[in-house]
Design a protein around this ligand. Structure first.
Ligand code: ZN
Length: 331
């Protein structure tokens, strides 16, 4: 049985899809270890690196995360950041490269830190089972960061700055040029995508985030009322465009597993809740990572959203693998 904090609930409400990496326990597979960053980097506190510490406080506060994770800066020029879990209590540790701190201004740093906190809140594992799962994880984490910062302009600045490596004073806010970079022919895009295997291309991340900003969920979470397109519809558009950009490395497996998971959680969901017996049934049927994901989304979004997801995932299975759809329905 899962009990979600408001931080995790926000993360689950915007999750892009269930094809995402998930770590049941603290991930020791990170390329950093706590000992390594402690011995090679600088711990960020309100006195050691005040700007970065303040940005972390603001990102955590806007996501209603009460406990600040440990954070370190390491001397690396590539503008990048990273989060990993440490110890049996799954405590998050954020590592920020010096190149990122030098490149971004405080509000943009806040976006990047919210994105890293989101990986923790969404329980993303560094060792995903497939590349597409890792790419999906980035899309979800960007959404949480947008909810935290509430500014599309700011998200755009981050993506354009990260892609160009140029500080803002050199850049105009030209979204069209950046997003049009995605308009390359499918073969070439597939190669480019493979090259940047675990992270979606930055123009794609921005495009996906702009799509998300038209959703009903974003309207609600950003206090702009209820108007917007259903999130499922937007996720379908993003999924469709993503699949033109990379080879389906695990299409059959994940389509079936996803449909099975939605179908099963719908059966065990009683009055908006899943009891302990229902949850262990679900784990038996779908495995712990799918069981966790669909249950968390069900608790955060409610039975109607689950019914819609179940219908949609079954439809997709029927379209692509009708024999597997029959197997699912007869199970
Ligand atoms: Zn990320």
């Amino acid at each position: 049985m899962i009990d979600l904090t408001s931080f995790e609930r926000t993360c689950e409400q915007v999750r892009f899809s269930v094809h995402e990496p998930y770590a049941e326990v603290a991930s020791a597979s990170s390329s950093y270890s706590l000992a390594h960053v402690r011995l090679t980097g600088l711990q960020v506190t309100s006195t050691s690196v005040p700007i970065l510490h303040r940005a972390l406080e603001r990102a955590a506060a806007s996501l209603m995360l009460d406990v600040l994770p440990e954070i370190y800066v390491v001397a690396q020029t590539e503008p990048n950041a990273h989060v990993f879990s440490h110890g049996s209590a799954r405590s998050p540790v954020v590592v920020v490269n010096s190149g990122l701190v030098q490149l971004l201004r405080p509000p943009e740093l806040e976006f990047v830190l919210a994105h890293e906190l989101a990986h923790f809140g969404l329980r993303h594992d560094a060792q995903a089972r497939s590349q597409s799962m890792q790419r999906n994880a980035e899309i979800s984490a960007d959404r949480v960061a947008l909810v935290a910062c509430k500014s599309l302009t700011l998200c755009t600045r981050v993506m354009i700055t990260m892609a160009s490596g140029l500080p803002m004073e050199y850049l105009g806010l030209d979204i069209d040029t950046f997003v049009r970079q995605l308009d390359v022919d499918a073969d070439e895009a597939a190669r480019r995508w493979e090259f940047q295997s675990t992270h979606p291309a930055l123009p794609f991340r921005l495009w996906a985030l702009l799509r998300f900003s038209h959703s009903d969920v974003f309207a609600r979470l950003s206090g702009q009322g209820m108007d917007g397109l259903p999130l499922e519809q937007i996720d379908d558009q993003i999924d469709a465009r993503a699949s033109t950009m990379h080879r389906e490395d695990d299409a059959e497996d994940t389509t079936y597993a996803t449909a099975l998971a939605w179908h099963s959680v719908r059966k065990v969901l009683q009055g908006g809740k899943v009891d302990a017996d229902g949850y262990s049934d679900l784990v038996k049927k779908c495995g712990s990572d799918y069981a966790y994901h669909v249950t968390a989304i069900a608790l955060a979004r409610g039975p109607e959203a689950v019914a819609a997801q179940a219908k949609r995932s079954l439809q997709r299975l029927q379209d692509t693998h009708p024999e597997l759809a029959r197997k699912l329905l007869s199970a």
